[in-house]
Design a protein around this ligand. Structure first.
Ligand SMILES: Cc1ncc(COP(=O)(O)O)c(C=O)c1O
Length: 455
């Protein structure tokens, strides 16, 4: 017997009733991928209000590396809620925050003493990382990458690159943001081939300091070690060390946005460790607190101490319940050897995706680093025309068959996996069987409609 259990059509009548009210009272901009109302969730399984159980590979978009509602996190939250809910850390501090800061400061990549402070969302962490970088350098400009996603608040959205659906109509954006290409080898911006290219795209950063903005005006370069929303784009191993070297040469700070890559998604606590990077600042969020809203900036003490008293804060930042959840989540990650489990699940996932790539021309590219695995769907392998509509079909059909799958990519054509790293392999195998069945059908339909050659 499998883990998926569907007792009504999807969505069922109760979910449809919730969706009717949702459409009436919640604005359209808050769009919903799966029109099923959740009643309960545990591990990698989600049960809706009609009693249907799905395998969830979205992990709440990278938030649930330790799964839905693990017992130790729930216990820690209950315990903290029984003590106190809020003081405002800047009025009266509390030890769970300080213990979490110590733990992250001791774990952050790179040498030397570190400090950490906390916020609510990933975007807020990005905003504050930029504040620290500006205060530490006395400079204003920030350089980000094509395909980057850093959040939806003003500075974070200005650093984000994808117009639709994030930026269109939202301007004006923050000034002094510059952009250079990322090493997206499947769609190389320079139309070169790796490794013969010598990772020439990295040199665009060096050139930007002559053609766009002076290093003496540049506070920082911000980069996702593996691009998340941009399409699970894994750069070649030389790319990020080259970026770091260029930053160092020009005296510009490096901010690693590990909001999606952090906490073992790539098989290491931080993806920076996979590339040997020592960033000045790291932003964290998502899986940090296993579902409670918490984000943070961790970095070199001298950079973080450039902020003056009162520069950094916010009423709710570093909420004690969220900090308690994070400490319990970190215990699970370390106690259950999530690095090893991520590597194992990642290998299994990537092998299954590569096997699909061999069979179905629809699967144009498979990219993987640890358990950060994505499959880019194309209509034609020669032209690489993005299969955007077909990717949406795959998602919809997977849901109807009991699997929640997220997508990403500049063209919305990358199926990504953000499943809990604690999930049993049999659950993942069952979900992959469903995905493969759907991919096979969509691939056949594309071929039948005269879709491109499957080379
Ligand atoms: C790399 C990265 N940075 C920043 C963010 C923004 O985080 P939040 O949605 O919590 O504001 C995200 C969210 O997907 C992300 O993936």
């Amino acid at each position: 017997m499998g883990f998926i259990s569907l007792t009504t059509e999807v969505p069922g009548p109760r979910s449809r009733e919730v969706m009717d009210r949702l459409r009436r009272y919640v604005p359209k901009g808050v769009s919903v991928q799966a029109p099923v109302a959740v009643a309960a969730a545990s591990g990698a399984l989600v049960t809706d209000v009609d009693g249907n159980t799905y395998i969830d590979l979205t992990g709440g978009i990278g938030v649930l590396n330790v799964g839905h509602a693990p017992d130790p996190v729930v216990r820690a939250v209950r315990d903290q809620t029984g003590r106190f809910l809020h003081t405002d850390f800047t009025i009266a501090p509390y030890d769970v925050y300080v213990r979490l800061a110590q733990r992250l400061a001791e774990a952050a990549p790179g040498p030397g003493p570190k400090k950490a402070c906390f916020f609510n969302s990933g975007a807020e962490a990005v905003e504050n990382a930029v504040k620290f970088a500006r205060l530490a350098t006395g400079r204003q400009a920030v350089i980000a990458f094509e395909g980057a996603f850093h959040g939806r608040t003003l500075m974070a959205l200005s650093l984000t690159s994808k117009p639709r659906p994030y930026k269109e109509g939202m301007g004006p954006f923050a000034p002094e943001v510059y952009r250079v290409p990322f090493a997206y080898c499947y769609r190389c911006p320079l139309r070169l081939e790796y490794p013969g290219c010598g990772v020439a795209c990295a040199e665009a950063l060096d050139r930007a300091f002559s053609t766009m903005v002076s290093p003496s005006d540049t506070a920082a370069v911000i980069v996702e070690p593996v691009q998340g929303e941009g399409g699970f784009v894994v750069p070649p191993p030389e790319f990020l060390p080259r970026i770091e070297e260029i930053c160092r040469r020009h005296g510009v700070l490096l901010i690693a946005d590990e909001i999606q890559t952090g906490f073992y998604r790539t098989g290491r606590r931080f993806a920076c460790e996979r590339f040997g990077l020592a960033p000045d600042l790291v932003t964290v969020a998502k899986s940090l607190a296993a579902g409670l809203p918490l984000s943070g900036v961790v970095g070199r003490a001298e950079v973080m101490d450039a902020a003056r008293e009162g520069n950094i804060g916010g009423t709710y930042v570093g909420n004690p319940v969220a900090c308690a959840a994070a400490l319990a989540a970190l215990d699970i990650m370390e106690g259950e050897d999530l690095a090893r489990r991520a590597e194992e699940l990642g290998r299994f996932l990537a092998d299954r995706c590569r096997a699909m790539q061999e069979k179905y021309a629809l699967v144009g590219d498979v990219r993987a680093l640890g358990a950060m695995v994505g499959m880019e769907l194309v209509l034609d392998r020669a032209t690489k025309e993005p299969a955007t509509r077909e990717t949406a079909q795959v998602l919809q059909e997977c849901l109807r068959r009991g699997v929640l799958v997220p997508r990403c990519g500049l063209y919305g054509n990358v199926i990504r996996f953000l499943n809990p790293l604690t999930m049993p392999r049999e659950q993942l195998a069952e979900a992959l069987d469903v995905i493969e069945g759907v991919v096979a059908e969509v691939d056949a339909a594309v071929r039948q409609a005269g879709g491109g050659a499957g080379t």
